[in-house]
Write a protein of this length. Structure first.
Length: 82
């Protein structure tokens, strides 16, 4: 994802992306300039995963939609960059 120049949408639902996988994704998404939509529904994240998603959202100006499905503390995380 760091060097991606064509992929605009990615569906990783049901892919067993945990906190470590989420951390790696977020690291790449901080510099990604083409992905506009990502689905991470039905993966298991704890506070670390959500914290990494929030930090990534602060710096990524391209990702318009991030679907995470239903969780105990939140149902949908949707953000629009400034």
């Amino acid at each position: 994802l760091k060097v991606n120049k064509t992929l605009t949408s990615m569906n990783l639902s049901y892919c067993r992306v945990g906190d470590e996988g989420c951390r790696a994704l977020c690291k790449s998404l901080k510099v990604n300039k083409t992905l506009t939509s990502m689905n991470l529904s039905f993966n298991v994240f704890r506070d670390d995963g959500f914290e990494n998603l929030a930090k990534m959202a602060k710096v990524n100006t391209t990702l318009l939609s991030l679907q995470i499905g239903e969780y105990k503390h939140t149902q949908v995380l949707l953000f629009v960059p400034k």
